[in-house]
Design a protein around this ligand. Structure first.
Ligand code: NAD
Length: 249
């Protein structure tokens, strides 16, 4: 498979490493400083465009790549929800996008456990649910896209109505109180050092706490998942998602 990378930062470089190790080739790399490559012959010679940039530029990158007739895998967070309807319509009319807020296979499994636990907890209203997410301090968006997805599944199970997010920066940051959430699910976002990503869903009762947690050891899991998604996208069309990769979970 031939890949064009849009965004050659930490994720772009790691995706290149994984793609090459799986026998693929990167035929074009576009970053902020060589935008003239976008849409050129090398760009268009790829089977799939893999886009990991920034929340500000992702939407226009995806639309421009669609306009070049390219299939796109995007992992950029913080842009998709605002454009969901338009993207869906484009994909019903011939475009192809595989987007996920988290390409880690482990997080995909964790999300399935989260949905199952939320269904169980619906019968036990004495527990207060909250989400903690911890990421490195370079991360531009908060709460993380993964925390928002986890919250969406808890809300869909009927445990809360919407969420409210709290940002905690600095190494000594304490978990703030969640008073005044008014029936909303609190998401606490911590930004510390170089943490690759930790997500914890807590159900706090009077007598005990039930918590489930996923901790990424490095960013490699995201890169492997993004390349698996690109392989899938090369042979499929439309609006694609992680559940298409793992049909039985
Ligand atoms: P990064 O800052 O290291 O790299 C982003 C790169 O994009 C930079 O090199 C920047 O110059 C480039 N860029 C910015 N605007 C551009 C444009 N218009 N065209 C081309 N390139 C442009 O960030 P990163 O750690 O690689 O993460 C990128 C995105 O991926 C973030 O939104 C992050 O939250 C997300 N992310 C998603 C997953 C996932 O599994 N979905 C995993 C990790 C990170």
């Amino acid at each position: 498979m031939k890949i064009t990378l849009v965004g050659y930062g930490r994720m772009g470089r790691m995706i290149e490493e994984v793609a090459v190790s799986r026998g693929h080739s990167v035929v074009c790399t576009v970053d902020a400083d060589n935008q003239s490559e976008f849409g050129g012959d090398a760009f268009r010679s790829a089977d799939v465009v893999v886009e990991f940039t920034s929340p500000e530029s992702a939407y226009s990158n995806v639309i421009k790549a669609f306009d070049c007739g390219m299939k796109v895998v995007s992992g950029t967070t913080g842009w998709y929800d605002c454009h969901r309807q338009e993207i869906r319509e484009r994909c019903e009319n011939g475009a192809t996008l595989f987007w996920s807020s988290n390409f880690s296979v482990g997080v995909y499994l964790f999300s399935a456990v989260n949905r199952y636990l939320a269904r169980l907890m619906k019968g036990f209203p004495g527990y207060e649910v909250s989400i903690d997410e911890v990421h490195h301090c370079h991360k531009k968006d908060a709460p993380s896209g993964t925390a928002v997805s986890l919250a969406g599944d808890i809300i869909a199970a009927g445990l809360k109505e919407g969420y409210r997010d709290f940002l905690v920066t600095g190494d000594g940051g304490e978990r703030p109180g969640s008073d005044g959430c008014g029936g909303k699910l609190p998401i606490f976002s911590f930004r510390r050092g170089e943490v690759a990503g930790i997500h914890t869903v807590r159900y706090e009762g009077d007598d005990d706490i039930i918590s489930i947690s996923h901790e990424a050891r490095s960013r490699m899991g995201f890169a492997v998942g993004a390349v698996l998604a690109a392989e899938y996208t090369a042979t499929h069309s439309g609006l694609l998602k992680m559940s298409d990769l793992f049909e039985n979970i």
